[in-house]
Design a protein around this ligand. Structure first.
Ligand SMILES: CC(C)(COP(=O)(O)OP(=O)(O)OC[C@H]1O[C@@H](n2cnc3c(N)ncnc32)[C@H](O)[C@@H]1OP(=O)(O)O)[C@@H](O)C(=O)NCCC(=O)NCCSC(=O)C[C@@H](O)CCCCCCCCCCCCC(=O)O
Length: 716
C-alpha cells in the first residue's frame, strides 16, 4: 500500500509500504493511484514527494506477481498519470530504485537521492526489459549510449554515477525526504514541461550505435532473448515517436514475459535467495544456528586456489596468514597475491585493504587464527597430514575447513580433536572471482561450523550452498556422468567440435572439451587415478569397476596433450598458453585408430542426441542427489550449476530445465538411452524421477515438499 500525509508548507508525502523492498505489488500500485489523485485534488497541496518506507525507495515490480494473472492498476498508466500532474512531483530515493522503481522515479519531475542509494534497470537479468516506460524515458534523459549500457547490462549504479549521467537532480548525505521536500518547495510554480521525459525528443542513432550493439549483444547473449529485446526497444525509442515507442516496448515485453526464459531467470533470482536459507537433514538451519565472527584466518597452500582464497578473504577485511611450505612457491605467491588483491579491489571499486596478509612457510604461524582453509594438492594422504598437524597447532575451537573438490570431509574430520569443527569450503577457480561456494557438511559437522562457513561465504560475496558429503559433492558428482557421456559420444562417432558446438549452442560458455583443455587434462586424470580408474597397473579396457569406461581422455593426457598449457589437447593452439582452439588432425586420426582398435563403427550423431545424452545424464544424477539428501532442494543444485558450472542462467538450472522439458519426456529419453547402453548405470532413471512422474510431474517449486513427504513414508 501507500500512505498519504500532508507536511507543513503544502507538500504531500506519499510513502510506499511493502516490506522488505517496497515492490510495486497490486496494493502498492492502487495506493499510489489513490494518493496521487488525493494530492491532485487537494488545493492546499502545491507539490508532492514520493518515498519508500524503511530506507528503501522501491525494488521494482513485484516479481512474485509475475507467476499469476496481473491484478490491480497497471504500472504504465499509473506512471503517466504522475508525469501529467501539474504540481511538481519528486522521488526521494533511499536504498534502491531498481526496475519499475526507477521507472516510477523517471515518471516524477525530479529525482533526489541519498549518496548511498543504488539505481538501475535490472529487468534484463530477469528475462524482461524495462517495461513501464523505462526503455523510452531513460534514453530521452541520458542519451542512447548510457541508456544502452544500463539497460542491456542491468547493472546497479551509485547515486554519484547517476548524478553524473543526469538521472538525478541532487544527491545528499542528509535525510533524503527532508531534502526532497525542500527541493519541491523551491521549484513549486515553475513550468514542468521540460521535466516530462515522455514529451522530450530522443536523440537519434546517428552513428548506428544500436546496430553495432545488436551485433555484439547477439554474439554475447548465447541465445538469451532479453538483451536483444532491450536493444530493439532502444531502436524504437531512437526512431519512433514516444507513443509508438511505448507500443513497441509493450509488444517486446509481452513476448519476453511469455517466454520460458523469463520464467527461468525469475526462478534463478529466487533460487539464489532460497539457498541462503539453508537447512540440514539434522534440522539445523540458517535461522536456528549462530555463526561465529571471524577476523583472523589462515590459508594453507598457495597454488592457484589458495592464492584466490587469500584474496577473497582479504577483500572482506579479514587478516590472513598465508602459509606455503615450499619456498619457491611461497616467494612467487608473496609477489603475486598483493598484485591480485590490488587488481580485484580496483575491479570492485574498493580501496586495497592495507597489510591484512602475512606470508609464512611455517604451519606453527596459524596458531592464533579462528579459521583455517586448507588448499593443498587434491591428495587425501597429504590433506590428512595437514589436518593432523593443524589440530595439534591451532588453539581449541578453531574451525578447520578443506577446499577439497570432492574428497571425504568425514575422513579429514576423523583425524582432528574436534570433528564438529570441520567442514568443506569448495571454492571455484579463480576463487576470488567465481561466485559459487559449496559448503560441505559431514555427518559430524556442527551447525555452528556450517553457519560460520555459510556466513563467511556471504561476506566474500559468494552464493554459498550447503551440500552433503559424498564423492564430488553436488557439482562435481553431476559433472561425472556429463563428462562420461561426452567421451562415449566420441567413441561412437562424434568429434570434440560437434559435442562442444551442441553444448555451446544450448548456452554453455564452453563445451566439455574446450573446458577440459582450459583446466588441463591432467586434473581429471589425477582424480581418476585417485579413484583407481587409471594409472600404472590398471588394465586398459573399456570396462572398469564393473561399468563402461572410456580411456580416451587418459590416452590423450598420457600423450602429453594436457590442453592449453601444452598448446595441444582436444584441440590445437598457437602454442603453450594459447587460447584459440582449432581442430587438430591428430585428434581425428587418434579417434579413428581408437575406434578401429576397439571395433567401434562411427555413426553420425545429431546435436539433439548429444544434448540429451550429456544433459539428461547430468540431470538424472541431480535427482539421485536429491534422493540421497545431499542437496536440500532443486534450487540448491540449480544455483550451483548457474554460479559454478556455466549453466546458462536463461535455462534456470538443470533441475528447472528438467521441469521445462517435462519430467515424463526426460524419463522416457533416459529409459531409451539406458536401453541402448545398459552398461552405463548413470543413464538408469533415478527412483525420484520415476516417483515424480508417477504423481503427475509437479512443478519444481513443489519437489522439496514431495521429497520430504516421500522420505517420511520411506518411498525413497
Ligand atoms: C532490492 C535488492 C537489491 C535487495 O537486496 P538485499 O540483498 O537487501 O535483499 P534480498 O535480495 O535478499 O531481498 C529481500 C527479499 O525481498 C525479495 N525481493 C526483492 N526484490 C523483489 C521484487 N522486485 N519483487 C518481489 N520480491 C522481491 C527477495 O526475494 C527477498 O525475499 P525472501 O523472501 O527471498 O527473503 C534485491 O532484492 C534485488 O535486486 N531485487 C530485484 C530488483 C529487480 O530486479 N527489480 C526489477 C523487477 S522487474 C520490473 O521492475 C519490471 C518493470 O520494468 C515493470 C514491467 C511492467 C510489468 C507489467 C507486467 C505486464 C505484463 C505484460 C505482458 C502481458 C502478458 C500477456 O498479455 O499475455
Amino acid at each position: 500500500m501507500a500512505t498519504y500525509s500532508r507536511l507543513p508548507g503544502s507538500v504531500a508525502l506519499i510513502t510506499l509500504q511493502n516490506p522488505p523492498v517496497n515492490a510495486l505489488s497490486a496494493a502498492v500500485r492502487q495506493g499510489i493511484v489513490d494518493t496521487v489523485q488525493r494530492a491532485l485534488k487537494d488545493p492546499k497541496v502545491t507539490s508532492v514527494v514520493i518515498c519508500g518506507q524503511n530506507g528503501k525507495f522501491c525494488g521494482g515490480a513485484d516479481i512474485r506477481e509475475f507467476a499469476g494473472p496481473m491484478l490491480g492498476p497497471p504500472l504504465v498508466p499509473m506512471i503517466h498519470a504522475i508525469e501529467a500532474v501539474d504540481k511538481p512531483v519528486a522521488a526521494a530515493i533511499e536504498g534502491v530504485a531498481l526496475g519499475g522503481g526507477l521507472e516510477l522515479a523517471l515518471g516524477c519531475h525530479y529525482r533526489i537521492a541519498h549518496s548511498k542509494a543504488l539505481l538501475g534497470l535490472p529487468e534484463v537479468t530477469l528475462g524482461l526489459l524495462p517495461g513501464a516506460g523505462g526503455s523510452q524515458r531513460l534514453p530521452r534523459l541520458i542519451g542512447l549510449t548510457a541508456a544502452l549500457d544500463l539497460i542491456t547490462t542491468g547493472r546497479h549504479i551509485s547515486a554519484a554515477e547517476a548524478l553524473k549521467l543526469g538521472i538525478l537532480d541532487q544527491v545528499t548525505d542528509n535525510n533524503v525526504v527532508d531534502q526532497a521536500v525542500e527541493f519541491v518547495r523551491r521549484v513549486a510554480g515553475q513550468p514542468l514541461d521540460s521535466r516530462r521525459l515522455s514529451t522530450l525528443p530522443c536523440p537519434p542513432d546517428v552513428d548506428s550505435l544500436l546496430d553495432k550493439a545488436m551485433v555484439k549483444v547477439r554474439q554475447r547473449s548465447r541465445g538469451a532473448l532479453a538483451p536483444v529485446a532491450c536493444v530493439q526497444a532502444l531502436m524504437a525509442a531512437a526512431s519512433l515517436p514516444y507513443t509508438q515507442g511505448m507500443e513497441k516496448e509493450r509488444e517486446l515485453l509481452t513476448t519476453l514475459f511469455n517466454s520460458g526464459q523469463a520464467r527461468a531467470l525469475q526462478y534463478a533470482f529466487f533460487s539464489q535467495r532460497v539457498v541462503g536459507k539453508w537447512s540440514l537433514p539434522s534440522g539445523a538451519s540458517w535461522d536456528n544456528s549462530a555463526a561465529r565472527p571471524i577476523s583472523k584466518a589462515a590459508v594453507i597452500g598457495l597454488g592457484t586456489m589458495g592464492r584466490g582464497i587469500v584474496v577473497a578473504l582479504a577483500l572482506t577485511g579479514i587478516s590472513v596468514v598465508a602459509v606455503e611450505t615450499q619456498e619457491k612457491q611461497l616467494a612467487e605467491a608473496s609477489q603475486a597475491v598483493p598484485a591480485m588483491l590490488q587488481r580485484e579491489a580496483g575491479r570492485r571499486g574498493l580501496a586495497t585493504p592495507p597489510g591484512v596478509i602475512s606470508f609464512s612457510s611455517n604451519l606453527q604461524d596459524v596458531s592464533e587464527v579462528e579459521l583455517v582453509i586448507e588448499a593443498v594438492f587434491e591428495d587425501m594422504s597429504l590433506k590428512l597430514q595437514v589436518f593432523r598437524h593443524l589440530t595439534s597447532v591451532c588453539r581449541p575451537g578453531t574451525l578447520l575447513c578443506s577446499n577439497t573438490s570432492g574428497l571425504d570431509i568425514d575422513q579429514l574430520a576423523a583425524v582432528t580433536q574436534s570433528p564438529g569443527l570441520v567442514v568443506g569450503m569448495h571454492f571455484f577457480a579463480p576463487a576470488h572471482v567465481m561466485k559459487l561456494l559449496e559448503v560441505v557438511y559431514g555427518p559430524r559437522s556442527s551447525p555452528e561450523a556450517v553457519a560460520t562457513a555459510m556466513q563467511l561465504g556471504k561476506r566474500m560475496g559468494k552464493v554459498s550452498v550447503a551440500v552433503g558429503n559424498c564423492p564430488g559433492f553436488v557439482g562435481n558428482r553431476m559433472l561425472k556422468p556429463y563428462l562420461e557421456q561426452a567421451n562415449f559420444l566420441l567413441e561412437e562417432g562424434a568429434t570434440p567440435q560437434q559435442v562442444d558446438e551442441a553444448l555451446e549452442e544450448f548456452g554453455f560458455p564452453m563445451g566439455v572439451f574446450r573446458m577440459s583443455d582450459l583446466s588441463g587434462l591432467d586434473v581429471g586424470w589425477r582424480i581418476r587415478k585417485e579413484a583407481g580408474l587409471t594409472g600404472p597397473g590398471v588394465e586398459s579396457t573399456r570396462t572398469r569397476q564393473g561399468r563402461r569406461y572410456s580411456p580416451l581422455p587418459d590416452q590423450v593426457c598420457e600423450a602429453g596433450r594436457l590442453g592449453q598449457k601444452t598448446g595441444r589437447g582436444w584441440y590445437q593452439y598457437d602454442g603453450p598458453g594459447g587460447r584459440v582452439a582449432r581442430s587438430d588432425p591428430w585428434v581425428h586420426i587418434f579417434l579413428e585408430a581408437y575406434r578401429a582398435e576397439h571395433d567401434l563403427v562411427a555413426r553420425s550423431i545429431a546435436p539433439e542426441e548429444i544434448l540429451e545424452r550429456c544433459l539428461y545424464a547430468l540431470i538424472n544424477e541431480g535427482f539421485n542427489i536429491l534422493q540421497d539428501a545431499m542437496a536440500a532442494g532443486p534450487e540448491d543444485i540449480d544455483a550451483i550449476y548457474v554460479f559454478g558450472y556455466g549453466w546458462p542462467r536463461h535455462h534456470g538450472g538443470p533441475m528447472f530445465h528438467a521441469g521445462q522439458v517435462g519430467l515424463g519426456r526426460i524419463l522416457e529419453r533416459l529409459q531409451h538411452h539406458h536401453h541402448n547402453h545398459p552398461d552405463v548405470p548413470h543413464l538408469k532413471p533415478s527412483t525420484l524421477l520415476r516417483r515424480l512422474v508417477a504423481v503427475g510431474s509437479p512443478p519444481v517449486q513443489k519437489w522439496r515438499e514431495f521429497i520430504n513427504k516421500e522420505r517420511v513414508h520411506s518411498q525413497l
